[in-house]
Design a protein around this ligand. Structure first.
Ligand code: NDP
Ligand code: MG
Length: 393
């Protein structure tokens, strides 16, 4: 029996994870669940899965959750705040942690899980983008196993040989080919992008996801963050990671080898496949996802990304090449800009301008401690806030 904590249980990834767990009650039990403010959804999950503990964002939310659970006769212990998130991520009773909080808020609990040597199922890419080597070192020191949930990285993990990264490297890996759908605005006239609404930006052609990552997919910052994520997860330098636009999202990513072979992982675009893969690894379990029917798909297309259409992708490559705290600055500026876009404070094309201005204004430093990373994160947020405030929409 694998005992699991789900950080971000009420989100898109959290709900998909619970769907897979519910199919295999003999293999998995839920130790703890977390949400931020969606208390009703979390209460319903607690009624169904009976976790020992549940954590929310504020004292008020904890009080409301406690009342709902008492009324339902559920004995789940309720707590709130970052220290409580870190506690459910590192509890001795827990074997695996699904890290599915969105954004920098997930860094502390995800790191706590890694430091406690858990099997970490990593969806929260922002945590790894911010902390990079610090996170990888903490996981290695504690003997934590990192399994990628992001569909591309899960695909790459499946296509890489187990010998990859061990010295001397005889794996013959030439390149990582990170596929990208191109999002909802792949073919829309660039000059009309100024006017797109949050609803249009969140309407992804292939995937159903939370609002922040949906906007990131529309700007392709999501792919930029994923390039940085791939760098840290697989130890690949920036010039060994190519982004390939593949609008059907049937191939989830590929690895090319020096002998000319290219290995790909394919499947229907449903996050339950990578979630089930990581949960059961190295075994395989049913995920509830239908088998891929290639004759239905019929056509697979590929093209190079247009960096002029998607400046966020170029900004992310720049941040990876700059190193140090540059990816943390990029991530923080992006989080502020995306929220400002969702709140109708700035237009879609101003997202990349806010990020570029923050990157120009703030020198990056060495990412030699989590405190240094968090200090840069705070500086970038303050700079982005004031740039947003000064932008007339
Ligand atoms: P959602 O917005 O759907 O869910 C986010 C979860 O995090 C919710 O449970 C939310 O709680 C919680 N949360 C939000 N803010 C905070 C906070 N400040 N402190 C603590 N918890 C918080 O996001 P997704 O599920 O789409 O994405 C989660 C992560 O997985 C992201 O990092 C994303 O990049 C990554 N990912 C997602 C994919 C997808 O298909 N959705 C694919 C690949 C990666 P509440 O519900 O109460 O607001
Ligand atoms: Mg992805």
């Amino acid at each position: 029996m694998q005992r699991i904590t789900i950080l971000g249980a009420t989100g898109s990834i959290g709900v998909s994870t619970l769907d897979v767990l519910a199919r295999h009650p003999e293999r998995y039990s839920v130790h703890a669940l977390s949400a931020h403010s969606r208390v009703d959804e979390l209460a319903a999950q607690c009624v169904q899965f009976r976790p020992a503990r549940a954590v929310v964002g504020t004292a008020d939310a904890a009080e409301r959750l406690g009342a709902l659970l008492r009324a339902a006769g559920v004995a789940t212990e309720v707590d709130y705040g970052e220290a409580a998130l870190c506690a459910i991520a590192s509890a001795p009773e827990v074997d695996s942690v699904m890290a599915a909080i969105v954004g920098a808020a997930g860094l502390a609990p995800t790191l706590a899980a890694a430091r406690a040597g858990k099997k970490v199922l990593l969806a929260n890419k922002e945590a790894l983008v911010m902390s990079g080597q610090l996170f990888i070192d903490a996981a290695a020191e504690a003997g934590a196993v990192l399994l990628p949930i992001d569909s591309e990285h899960n695909a790459i993990f499946q296509c890489l040989p187990s010998s990859y990264g061990r010295a001397p490297d005889s794996s013959g890996v030439a390149k990582i080919l990170l596929t990208a759908s191109g999002g909802p605005f792949l073919t829309r006239a660039v000059e009309t992008l100024e006017d797109v609404t949050p609803e249009q930006a969140c309407k992804h052609p292939n995937w159903s996801m939370g609002r922040k990552i949906s906007v990131d997919s529309a700007t392709m910052m999501n792919k930029g963050l994923e390039v940085i994520e791939a760098h840290w997860l697989f130890g690949a330098p920036a010039d060994r990671i190519d982004v390939v636009i593949h609008p059907q999202s049937v191939i989830h990513s590929m690895v090319s080898y020096v002998d000319g072979s290219v290995l790909a992982q394919l499947g229907n675009p449903d996050m339950r496949t990578p979630i089930a893969h990581a949960l059961a690894y190295p075994e395989r379990i049913d995920s509830g996802v239908a088998q891929l029917d290639l004759t239905q798909v019929a056509t697979l297309q590929f093209e190079r990304p247009d960096f002029a259409r998607f400046p966020c992708l170029a900004l992310a490559f720049d941040a990876l090449r700059a190193g140090g705290t540059a990816p943390a600055l990029l991530n923080a500026a992006n989080e502020v800009a995306v929220q400002a876009f969702l709140d109708l404070k700035i237009g879609f094309r101003q997202i990349d301008r806010v990020i570029a201005q923050v990157m120009d204004a703030l020198p990056h430093g060495a990412a030699d401690s989590i405190e240094a990373v968090m200090a840069q994160d705070a500086l970038a947020r303050a700079a982005a806030d004031s740039i947003v405030a000064g932008m007339a929409k």
